[in-house]
Write a protein of this length. Sequence first.
Length: 480
Amino acid sequence: MNVLNFIGGEYNSPRSGQFLNNINPATGEVIGRLPDSDAVDVVMAIQAAHRAGEKWSKAPARERARVLNQIADRIEARAEEFAKLESLDVGKPLWLAREVDIPRAVLNFRYFAAKLLTEETGAFDSDGALVQYSLRQPVGVGGLISPWNLPLYLLTWKLAPCLAMGNTAVCKPSEITPLTANLLTEVLREVDLPPGVCNIVYGRGETAGAALVQHPGVPLISFTGGTDTGVKIQQLAAPHVKKMSLELGGKNANIVFKDADLSAAVKGSLRAAFLNSGQICLCGSRLYIQEEIYDDFMKQFRAQVAALKVGDPSSNDTFIGPLVTSEQREKSLRAVAQATREGAKVTVGGRVPEMLPKELLGGYYLEPTVIEDLDHCSDLWANEIFGPIVTAQRFKLAKDAIKWANTSTYGLSASVWTRDLSRAHKMAREIEAGTVWVNTWAQRDPRVPFGGVKHSGVGREGGDHSLDFYSELKTVCVAT
């Protein structure tokens, strides 16, 4: 399953001739190669995007919407193929790719196609002396850098509004998970998208990604990934005063009050902690339970965590697949070891599973892990692990839960489980996070703003916020 760069509607080997291995995390085996691109490849893609932009930026909104719907149709027609590649590349359960990743990619294109045709900017009459109105115009070439945990979902979350607003794009998917981006290029060749409107260049962040971010011909950067990388992107882009949207890491609080529906809270907290092997920036990895129900909640929670099946991502009953790389697993194992040294209790999991089939023994598996009685001064409360690990702690009063939730330098999301809606609204106001869920987790309509505060990011995308980011609003004032 070798992959090539997609530039100007054609497939290109990297000019350096250098390639990276693509590894199946379920087995540890090499399944293909992808370009280790450098600045030369990136510049070629940017030039192709600029050439295509002269025509695409002037295409009528109805035409752009038609092409976006064509892309959605083709992804939907090949949904099973996309799902299998996403599962293979990331190691996520195949059922999860079928239920979430691929349908959401389709929705991204359909939503922004519809949004494009129904969006209004408005006009203002200033006492009959002036008429003022606004125009949305393309920004230019968008640099879209997407992560490995939700590869197609988050690439299309950026690409659909970028193209809808008349921009062209140079995409840099994660070098760890290139397969669904490569299949997307086949779709792009099947529809009426002019060559060069969307270009995809593979490679490492420090080479291909850096070249894209600091090129003066790319006025817009949308990045989803780790906070440390986001800081570097800000530094590289700062001299060029680019439009920036950075969706970064999270260390999200999941707060359960004594009046919560216990069964629903256990089930929701389990999903929030361990979906996609804990490799989602929104995961509720810091679990706070009110002390009156701590023992009952944790008894149920531990039992359900221990019952989760770890194994082959293609099996319908697998909930925990492998971590995406050996490095991610080692990071998680170091976190477990640190917790033990600090006196915390690993009450579930914490080990590499032993009873795996022979063909999976080289994969990057880790048991879902519950850590309790961790000291609040521990780094594990503050640092994003990005693995199947949840820490659990008691709290007494709502103000204590708010205090501990806000202690983190991150502020991406939080969940609150309670039947008291007055309390829920108060918690939502006082928790420092871009999204607060009440009695649910990770439910997000494409119309609502999405992003983080503090070290979890800069800017918002979604709905009108995406249109604002991927366009320039111009005000026209006419004397009457």
